[in-house]
Write a protein that binds this ligand. Structure first.
Ligand code: GLU
Length: 902
């Protein structure tokens, strides 16, 4: 049914017009805003036709027909227009009807102007399409997906023709990880099924290509099925995203990006809109669809072309074209002029290339945020996409944004960071989990106001980059692909990981160390009595004994006082005897060691001095020995097999070692250039099945049951050693690092979360939580008492007793000096008394002293000459005494022969 609407608005000016009237036909659907644009644009041409040299002076009569898209009816409408003599036909919007109109216009050579997206736009002569070319749009969508680093996304399209606009995007699929899923929207109005399927697939990125008429329903239902969280991103293919109400979606954090052809802030658009403000039927220019603006512009282009045609030839329209199966001879000229025209309209620069496609046009990139839709960039044919730099959000804004946001948080079942609750009743949701990491998130959410859902990383893989494919796995992969927002566990911050994700500031500091079983007490030994002293000390003691005994022997031989009368009843003995024979000297020293003494007692001051120092030395040594022996007997000794991590390398005890198969510890070894660590890594990787368990729990079990040492992070070692008393940390830390909460790279929430961690640290909450999970909960503190009982008994080394040896050496040296003095004095006295030279006398003395076998010494005969000078008392005692009276008494007795001479 055709309803012909003849616009009578312009009839008065046509009737009373200046010059001729040119009719243009417009085919529009009922209640179509494009019809209004068509009418308003013709109105402008008519109103300005005398003042604007660019417009034709002819009156343009805009004949509008409402079509119902039935092809027969449409052809009747076209015929009606053609028979009336139209200079151009605009519309309709419907694809099939438009094709039909186009073929009729081609035949009659009436310019046909359309403003609809035509997926099969051809280079035909008779039609001028104002809409940007599909191929161009397709490339822009691809560019967007690349810029957003989408590795996986779903294309949700309305009809198969939409796929033509998506074909560049489809090319993004490749075997190496770019997944593109294509789903068609069913016949409306219920689209929930397909939307649910997208949600279940976990794909967070969707390209929606459907008409603006169904888009509001699709978005609404997407929100209803939960496809509009802050993990989700949408590219909307329609150029009319700004015309629909997006308010319900602007607070949920869903990312929306679209393109628009009409910039509502452009002066031309504002001007045009304000000219007819009351007639558009919308409140502001942002609600004008691309088609409306394009129809408006197309009429303007027609007005300019008509002017140029008028200037060139005296043209007139032809009537009865349909009836006579005839064509309009000026149709193609008018079309060619339209294609060559360059002007600026509501849709920016209007220009066509040689093939009749819009060229050099500009599109705005728009994105949705908390305040609504904003321009986030522009696209043009020469520069491609240009993003407007985002103003950085203030902390306050970020905090506001965090409120009521729901994050998916990855956790791992690694005690004590995340564990399943031991609860009698069956828990659901987040209540199923507890642990240090869980508590930190709870505290942060109280502070920042966000909600969260925990998701367990079943394989315990946190994330490593494959050395060849450079792809990430585990939790990091999920965060990068937007399948999760955060991850909290013993997640080590490493430089490599920081290239892929962002971390908060560390909530715990640690380093790599070794977990190994505690040493077992050694069985009792027959030679346990030797343990108080180290081997070196025993050697030194032996040496000291020999040297000191020898010193006694020599000193006693040189010391005059040590030569005594063996028979006290004989006043003038023939010989003097020395009690420090070789054997006695050794016996005397051993007697002191045993603290038993001996019958031999030193007489001379020098030998007594030596004896004194030796006694002091022995006293200290024996006391130290007894004291340390007591410790050794009380405390069980535990042989330590390894003291540092390096001791594991090529260890003689057959201790195997390893680390968690996938994690920062083994990555540390892989990255290390230290020769020993490199070799250790080779060994571990070579035997990875046996040595690199998939989780820390498995590693701990191996340490307890096998001859195995496990490289582990000190924080976790501390936790395990607190509960399992037969394992402990061995040695210090190989490095220093921290655990952080991981999130997507460049996350706007990073600062807010780091500040939250800092606050928890400053208020002591983190320390409290650490105490709770390390020392109290789940068997914490079980090994505390036993800690006090660990053995500290160590053999005393040279470092401990070296001082006593020094004292002894000093003593022996002093007594040696004193022995020399005594000898000199005695020889001096004798040489004077006997009137012999000092040197001879000394030679004699020394000669005798070195005859070690002789323990008795003949008494030297006094010479008669000298004897006369001596006092009687002297003669009786036969002795001379050193001046200070401490020296020995030298008894010289005349021999038998001497007496006979008397
Ligand atoms: N904390 C490590 C990581 O973030 C896991 C445990 C380990 O490798 O020792 O990968």
């Amino acid at each position: 049914m055709l309803i012909v609407l003849i616009s009578i608005a312009f009839l008065p000016s046509g009737i009373f017009g200046f010059g001729k009237t040119v009719t243009v036909g417009g085919l529009f659907e009922d209640d179509d805003l494009t019809a209004t644009a068509f009418r308003l644009s013709a109105n402008v041409l008519n109103n300005e036709r005398h003042g604007n040299s660019k417009f034709s002076e002819q009156f343009i009569y805009a004949q509008m027909i409402t079509v119902n898209n039935d092809t027969y009816d449409v052809s009747q409408d076209v015929c009606e227009l053609a028979n009336n003599g139209v200079a151009a036909i605009f519309g309709p919007r419907d694809k099939i009807a438009a094709k039909h109109v186009q073929s009729m216009c081609d035949t009659m050579e009436i310019p046909h102007i359309v403003a609809r997206w035509d997926p099969r736009q051809t280079r035909g002569n008779g039609v001028l399409n104002m809409y940007p070319y599909s191929q161009t749009l397709s490339r822009i969508y691809l560019q967007l997906a690349q810029d957003f680093e989408w590795k996986t996304f779903t294309i949700l399209y309305e009809s198969t023709e939409n796929l033509i606009r998506m074909h560049e995007l489809l090319k993004r699929w490749n075997r190496r990880g770019h997944t593109v899923t294509v789903r068609q929207l069913p016949k409306g109005p219920n689209y929930r099924k397909v939307l649910e399927q997208i949600k279940k697939s976990g794909d967070p990125n969707v390209v929606v290509d459907c008409s603006i008429d169904v888009l509001p329903d699709v978005l609404k239902q997407a929100q209803q099925v939960g496809l509009m969280s802050d993990r989700h991103s949408f590219i909307i293919a329609s150029l009319d995203l700004s015309t629909i109400d997006l308010e319900p979606y602007q607070h949920g954090g869903t990312k929306f990006v679209g393109l628009r052809l009409v910039d509502p802030d452009h002066p031309v658009v504002i001007d045009t809109f304000e000219k007819h403000a009351s007639e558009w039927g919308v409140e502001d220019p942002s609600q004008l669809t691309a088609e409306v603006a394009l129809i408006y512009d197309s009429v303007q282009v027609f007005g300019r072309a008509l002017k140029q045609l008028d200037d060139a030839i005296v043209a007139d329209t032809k009537t009865s074209l349909c009836q006579n199966v005839d064509s309009w001879e000026h149709g193609s000229s008018l079309m060619n002029i339209m294609r060559s025209i360059e002007s600026t309209g509501m849709t920016g620069l209007i220009k066509f290339d040689s093939s009749g496609y819009r060229s050099n046009f500009k599109l705005d990139l728009v994105g949705l945020d908390l305040d609504g839709l904003h321009k986030i960039g522009t696209w043009n044919t020469t520069c491609g996409i240009n993003y407007i730099p985002k103003p950085s959000l203030t902390d306050h804004t970020v905090e506001l944004n965090l409120r009521n946001k729901t994050f998916i948080i990855l956790i791992a079942m690694t005690p004590p960071y995340g564990m399943l609750k031991d609860s009698a009743k069956e828990e659901t949701g987040n209540d199923r989990y507890e642990g240090f990491g869980i508590d930190i998130i709870q505290e942060l959410s109280k502070l920042l106001g966000f909600n969260y859902t925990f998701e367990v990383q079943a394989d315990d893989v946190y994330g490593s980059k494959h050395p060849v494919t450079k792809k990430w796995n585990g939790m990091i992969k999920k965060i990068m692909e937007d399948r999760a927002d955060l991850a909290i566990t013993d997640f080590t911050i490493t430089a490599e990981r920081q290239e892929a994700v962002d971390f908060t500031m560390p909530f715990m500091n640690l380093g790599i160390s070794v977990l190994f079983r505690k040493p077992k007490p050694a069985g009792s030994s027959l030679f346990a009595f030797l343990m108080p002293f180290s081997k070196e000390v025993w050697m030194y003691l032996m040496g000291t004994y020999l040297v000191v005994s020898l010193c006694f022997f020599i000193a006693a031989r040189l010391c005059p006082a040590e030569w005594s009368n063996p028979y006290p009843c004989i006043e003038e003995p023939e010989e003097l005897e020395n009690q420090f024979t070789f054997k006695n000297a050794f016996w005397f020293t051993i007697g002191s060691i045993m603290q038993q003494g001996s019958d031999v007692a030193p007489i001379g001051l020098s030998t007594r001095m030596m004896g004194g120092f030796w006694g002091l030395f022995i006293m200290i040594i024996v006391s130290s020995y007894i004291a340390n022996l007591a410790v050794f007997l009380v405390v069980e000794s535990k042989p330590v097999l390894i003291k540092t991590a390096e001791d594991l390398f090529n260890n003689p005890h057959g201790i195997k070692y390893g680390a968690k198969g996938s994690g920062s510890t083994i990555d540390f070894f892989k990255a290390s250039t230290h020769p020993v660590l490199k070799e250790m890594k080779e060994y571990m990787v070579k035997n990875k099945k046996e040595l690199l368990p998939s989780s820390n729990n498995e590693g701990v079990r191996k340490v307890m049951q096998e001859n195995y040492a496990f490289f582990m992070e000190s924080s976790t070692i501390k936790y395990e050693a607190e509960r399992k008393c037969n394992i402990t940390q061995v040695g210090g830390l190989l490095d220093a690092k921290g655990y952080g909460i991981a999130m997507k790279k460049h996350s706007p929430y990073r600062n807010a979360k780091s500040t939250g961690i800092l606050k928890l640290q400053e208020t002591g909450v983190l320390k409290e939580l650490e105490n709770k999970w390390w020392k109290q909960k789940r068997g914490g503190g079980a090994c505390e008492e036993k800690k006090g009982g660990t053995s500290d008994a160590k053999p005393l080394g040279v470092d401990n007793v070296g001082g006593v040896f020094l004292v002894l050496i000093t003593g022996i040296a002093l007594s040696g000096v004193y022995t020399a003095c005594e000898l000199l004095w005695a020889v001096g006295c004798t040489s004077i008394k006997e009137n012999v030279s000092f040197v001879d006398e000394m030679r004699e003395e020394l000669k005798f002293a070195v005859k070690f076998g002789a323990s008795s010494k003949p008494v030297r005969r006094r010479k008669p000459s000298s004897r006369s000078n001596r006092s009687k008392e002297d003669d009786v005692n036969g002795a001379s005494t050193p001046p200070w009276g401490l020296g020995s008494t030298i008894i010289t007795v005349a021999s038998e022969d001497d007496r006979l001479h008397l």
